[in-house]
Design a protein around this ligand. Structure first.
Ligand SMILES: NC(=O)c1ccc[n+]([C@@H]2O[C@H](COP(=O)([O-])OP(=O)(O)OC[C@H]3O[C@@H](n4cnc5c(N)ncnc54)[C@H](OP(=O)(O)O)[C@@H]3O)[C@@H](O)[C@H]2O)c1
Length: 245
């Protein structure tokens, strides 16, 4: 697949893994639509950096949990660039708590951003993505690790893995692949926030490569799945985690 003139929509591209994916796909030759929720300044800064480096990008504010906003974002991307080839469903939140202590707001917010948000963009992509397209969802290796306090978060991501497999079949005949990337602990706000240095160091050592993942490590997996070398991978979950599970 030549990435000349291909368009990639990356959700949650203002920070962390999504920002690294936007930069990487722009370097790979994609025109990148960078979604964000609240951090317009960060998204704009990254867009300018991508353009300085010779890439092409556009920012698009939308709370992915809002179906109308997601529809508007797809409309805007199509109006700007004529169509969408790649959807990267990276936007996500994590609120750790035991099941006993999780309150309704904690449960509802994680389900609405991680699961409904992914569903909202998948539904649009199913109707609109061009032939030869790619969809890359975001799960987590905690679906396999099943750590305490990750119950609600991991459950939303297990549901995303199920949507991934089923949608890969529903798109039969469209020449579009649907996969998920499931990172292990990766050095972003989402992972680092609220953890002690000691806990971070301990978690970094669990995998046999004995370090945290970087956003660029994860972006490399997305680049593979979005590019020509990923063409035969479909309906799979790629655990990008240094071997933690
Ligand atoms: N970091 C890890 O260790 C790890 C491990 C496994 C899986 N993951 C998954 O990887 C993905 C990226 O995580 P990260 O670590 O990069 O997180 P992060 O650093 O917290 O960044 C989250 C990104 O998602 C955006 N976002 C949050 N809620 C949104 C919403 N409702 N609508 C649109 N955008 C929204 C944020 O936008 P604003 O800046 O505008 O708020 C931000 O760009 C997530 O799906 C996460 O579950 C991460």
């Amino acid at each position: 697949m030549s990435t000349e003139s291909k368009v990639a929509l990356v959700t949650g591209a203002s920070r962390g893994i999504g920002a690294a994916i936007a930069e990487r796909l722009a370097k790979d030759g994609f025109t990148v639509v960078m979604n964000y929720s609240g951090n317009a300044a960060l998204a704009d800064e990254l867009m300018q950096k991508i353009e300085r480096d010779g890439g092409k990008a556009l920012t698009a504010q939308a709370d992915v949990s809002n179906p109308k906003a997601v529809r508007r974002m797809f409309d805007a991307a199509e109006a700007a660039f004529g169509g969408i080839d790649v959807l990267v469903n990276n936007a996500g939140i994590m609120q750790l708590s035991s099941i006993a202590d999780a309150d309704d707001a904690n449960f509802d917010r994680q389900v609405s951003v991680n699961l409904k948000g992914t569903f909202n963009t998948l539904r649009e992509a199913a109707k609109r993505l061009r032939s030869g397209g790619r969809i890359i969802n975001f799960s987590t290796s905690v679906v396999g690790l099943k750590l305490e306090n990750y119950g609600v978060y991991a459950a939303t991501k297990a549901a995303v893995e199920t949507l991934t497999a089923i949608m890969s079949k529903e798109l039969r005949g469209r020449n579009i692949t649907v996969n998920a990337v499931a990172p292990g602990p990766t050095a972003t706000d989402l992972f680092l926030h609220g953890k002690s240095d000691e806990l971070i160091a301990r978690m970094a050592k669990i995998n046999p490569l004995e370090r945290l993942g970087t956003p660029e490590d994860i972006a490399a997996s997305v680049s593979f799945l979005a590019g020509s070398d990923g063409a035969w991978i479909n309906g799979q979950v790629l655990r990008a985690n240094g071997g933690i599970i």
